[in-house]
Design a binder for this molecule. Sequence first.
Ligand code: FAD
Ligand code: MLT
Ligand code: ZN
Length: 479
Amino acid sequence: MSGPSLPPAAFAAPELIQRLRAAVGDAGLVTDPQVLAALTTDWLGKWHGHAAAVVRPADTQEVAAVMKICHDTHTPVVTQGGNTGMSGGATPDASGAQLILSTTRLNRVRQVDPINNTLTADAGVTLAQLHEAALAHDRFFPLSMGSEGSCTLGGNLATNAGGIAVLRYGTARDLVLGVEAVLPDGRIWNGLRALRKDNTGYDLRHLFVGSEGTLGVITGAVVKLYERPTARATAWVGADGLDHLVALLARLRTACGERLAAFEMMSHESLALVLAHTPGLRAPLESRHAYHALVELADTHDFGLGALLESTLGSALADGRIDGAAVCTSDAQSANVWKIREGISHAQVRAGRAIKHDIALPISALPVFVREAEAALRAADPAVHIVNFGHLGDGNLHFNVLLPLDTPPERIHHATLRFNGLVHHLVRAHGGSISAEHGIGQLRRDELPLYKPAFELELMLRIKQILDPNQIMNPGKLL
Ligand code: FAD
Ligand code: MLT
Ligand code: ZN
């Protein structure tokens, strides 16, 4: 992590800028310091870098031309989509030598095929625009998250994004059929296949999913579409123990099968934080509970979803497996509970300095893990403020520690090392992962070798060496 500092005295060589300008035109090159400042800081305001320039190619050919120049001149490239990533992957380093390749002008939806249930788009199309394009054909693209107004298809694939619909539809990796990418030397790989079956050897698209800008620039992709769920039933649940919510998840799966579309969890502290920092939201239940869940069923037709949700929650209440529940009876109520869920990230930024742990565990291990992790953190600091929320249906917790806004950087640094060690040690002990959906970026780069088998890392480095021999793609991130 680096703090804000003055820009370096020398920017990129004028000759390089000249060649880039020839490749992308004036509209494709940004040197305005104000624009650069916004793009060289991440969404959380945690990482601050400097860039020689920002190039914004208008199409795949222009990306290829830019990459050829960067390959020849050994210019390091940081690909950036919506700049909403949580691991600092899209922020350049402090040298001022790295180039940001922004995908914001790669913004065309190329094709929607409602018969094949596929959509082909440029990498810079935002997730919200993908939703709209699918909807215009009465189809549904299920990837969904709080950043969807800004995050891009390319960023979603490069981070293998998760979000709130994974338990039913999977992560970005599960939703992609084809990828088009520009390799670090400027060659274009057209893997835009719209096929659900293709057993012709190694499946290269998956190399680029989760690659975090280290192997090449994703310029387009084919994704799967689904039938549009037009019926929804949403509820808010209160539980006095996390084991109650885990049991409820299993019960809902049995009773509702594929109709279970979301199962999001937040602790009492997370709920209190959102309500304190977001005007206009109301607590859905009057009673106080240690944990809450937002549960949603969805279907293409309303086969009595509300009644199914009510009866399943009713029987869990009667058995004492949950301790409070309210099924939303209006769109306004559903909107309120979703705003609460999606407001946590913003509330954390307003309330303090979050030490984030984006972890995945077997769902069955979650209650024991949380008990042990809370005990370990409280033993280290009895006043620790834990903000625990996440995608319980996927076994993915955002098990964060919130420090006061005015905490000095040195103390943040030490607390981060200490808490990361405690939490990640337990994550490993329970067979989990230290990055469920936010990637490694610069946030976890130093920790990765502690938790990933050396052999896997070696293979990753060898693949990187083949594709990017000059090591120009996103240096200092992931590997
Ligand atoms: P960027 O932030 O611009 O880039 C992220 C990484 O991808 C960088 O390493 C970058 O180099 C690389 N990259 C970007 N585009 C390309 C490309 N075309 N080719 C190659 N590499 C590329 N994430 C979740 O998974 N689940 C959530 O629920 C979730 N909720 C969020 C809520 C909020 C409010 C915010 C701010 C973020 C949230 N995120 C979530 C994180 C973030 O939105 C995702 O990681 C998203 O996929 C990043 O997309 P982006 O276009 O902003 O990528
Ligand atoms: C979420 O689930 O809200 C996101 O992953 C964002 C976050 O962790 O802040
Ligand atoms: Zn999340």
